[in-house]
Design a protein around this ligand. Structure first.
Ligand SMILES: [Zn+2]
Length: 175
């Protein structure tokens, strides 16, 4: 579904990729008509594909498009937003269900018992609180019970290192 909108300021940037750090291919002046696609969420951010009058196309950051065009708050089939700040991240935490700043993680716990092993995993978008909670818990359990068994002996250090990595990345998260 395409939406024809008109820019209401000189500030709308069109990016080459769905990434605020990517090259801006155009800065659209006020009063220009552009076409926007339905919103999609990419790495926790809302983006829309923008096609300019000259046929060039790129991506606009959702909150910018809403703030700098006649689109306003029209829902484009996107999930609800928690705030309109440029860093608004609108995914839902897989374990607690809150809309929050989330990261895609895979947190694992290994319990080794010589001939058997038991693995617990959480994969998906998690909020800061939940990543911290589960990476700590799963790391502690793996450190204590993880080593007993041949496969366990090799798998456990990998789990511990990735869990610690996910924990450390939460320092840069909001919430
Ligand atoms: Zn959570």
């Amino acid at each position: 579904m395409l939406h024809k909108v008109t820019t209401t300021s000189d500030a709308l940037q069109v990016y080459r990729e769905r990434d605020l750090g990517s090259t801006a291919i155009a800065q659209v002046r006020k009063g220009i008509e552009i076409q926007l696609s339905a919103a999609t969420v990419h790495q926790g951010r809302e983006w829309m594909e923008a096609t300019l009058a000259d046929g060039s196309a790129g991506y606009v950051f959702g909150p910018n498009a809403r703030g700098h065009t006649t689109l306003g708050g029209t829902p484009l089939g996107s999930p609800p937003q928690t705030s309109a700040s440029p860093d608004a991240v609108i995914l839902r935490c897989r374990t607690c269900g809150q809309y929050a700043d989330t990261r895609l993680v895979s947190i694992n716990q290994n319990i080794g018992a010589i001939t058997m092993r038991s693995v617990k995993s959480i994969d998906g978008e998690l909020c800061k609180k939940c990543i911290r909670k589960y990476s700590l818990k799963y790391t502690m359990v793996s450190v204590v019970f993880g080593w007993w068994g041949l496969i366990s002996f090799f798998v456990t250090p990998v789990y511990i290192v990735t869990n610690i990595y996910h924990y450390c990345r939460t320092f840069r998260m909001k919430g």
